[in-house]
Design a binder for this molecule. Structure first.
Ligand code: BDR
Ligand code: CA
Length: 314
């Protein structure tokens, strides 16, 4: 089993990314750390504990991360993920407590104490990962790669140029993309194609387990809040964008995806473009690639993968 650390900000699609990882016999989730992003840090931490409790997994360490981005104020996505950060279903109460160590300490210990190298899956702003790389650069050689959801080669979703996770903490993203650790970037180029349609959501609802019902409730809420207005034209059926599960799905089956090795830099001080992942798509800089940027996904197989994962739970 491939050891992984998940750093996330649940978040509807983060929740699904967690389920996808936990359902797989290919991945060993050693630790979950939470970032501030979709909601405030207390809420993303509590949502993670609630989700794990709901599916009866109470033996994974969950550690809370930095309260805010490295240098900026926190921006949250309450309009998309609701007041709780995971509106749309009742997960019940958390049945276990968060770790008494910080995300930073827990990440470092897992990296240094695991024999094999560990993959980090990051599906929120990159604050915690950047703090780790800065504080303990020696852990870099224990990181197999960072599979992250963030950025875009073409176009943003929080500004015309920036994707939410990178925009919230561009300084952190800059540290991560300069770190030398191999990066798999599931940006909007691919995640806007990773869609679930109404029939996929209904198929999840009717699996016959309570996880399927609750996830369908979450997806219904996300579906209403998430569809970009410009796509809401008559006759156009736009599915629900499953951003974060892409970062896990790539690890489970890279043949679902097509990507390009590219040199990527983060804009931290643009007049219009702060938080943009500047992807050297046309290879004009001559600089060596630091990320595999994903562009295409086999949507149908991806939807089947999510369905099969949710089926594994109670
Ligand atoms: C990203 O932003 C969040 O709202 C989602 O959870 C995802 O990680 C998409 O831009
Ligand atoms: Ca997220």
């Amino acid at each position: 089993k491939r050891p992984i650390i998940m750093d996330c900000d649940p978040g509807h699609d983060d929740a699904l990314a967690i389920l996808l990882a936990l359902a797989s016999d290919k991945l060993d989730v050693k630790l979950i750390t939470t970032s501030a992003g979709n909601q405030t840090p207390d809420k993303t931490l509590n949502n993670t504990l609630k989700l794990l409790s709901f599916i009866g997994v109470t033996d994974i360490e969950v550690a809370g991360g930095a309260p805010k981005p490295l240098v900026r104020d926190l921006i949250i996505a309450e309009d998309i993920h609701g007041e709780t950060g995971i509106d749309g279903a009742d997960l019940g109460e958390a049945k276990f407590a968060a770790s008494n160590r910080s995300a930073l300490d827990a990440m470092r210990d897992v990296l240094l104490n695991t024999k094999e190298s560990v993959t980090i899956v990051a599906t929120g702003p990159l604050t915690n990962v950047a703090i780790l790389l800065n504080a303990y650069p020696e852990v870099k050689e224990k990181i197999e790669c960072i599979s992250l959801m963030g950025g875009a080669c073409f176009g943003g979703n929080i500004t015309p140029a920036a994707e939410f996770n990178i925009y919230v903490d561009p300084e952190a993203a800059d540290i991560v993309f300069r770190s030398g650790v191999p990066i798999i970037m599931s940006g909007l180029d691919v995640t806007l194609k990773a869609q679930l349609f109404q029939e996929d959501i209904d198929r999840i609802r009717h699996i016959g387990n309570k996880t399927g019902q609750v996830m369908a409730g979450l997806l219904d809420f996300f579906n209403l809040s998430n569809t970009p207005h410009f796509l809401a034209e008559p006759g156009h059926v736009e599915g629900l964008h499953m951003h974060d599960p892409c970062a896990v799905a790539y690890l489970l089956d890279p043949t679902l995806f097509r990507g390009l090795d590219c040199y990527v830099e983060i804009e931290t001080s643009g007049r219009l473009t702060t938080g943009c992942t500047v992807v050297d798509y046309n290879r004009v800089t001559g600089k060596p690639a630091n990320a595999k940027v994903l562009f295409e996904i086999d949507r149908a197989r991806f939807a089947d993968m999510l369905h099969a994962a949710i089926k594994q739970f109670v």
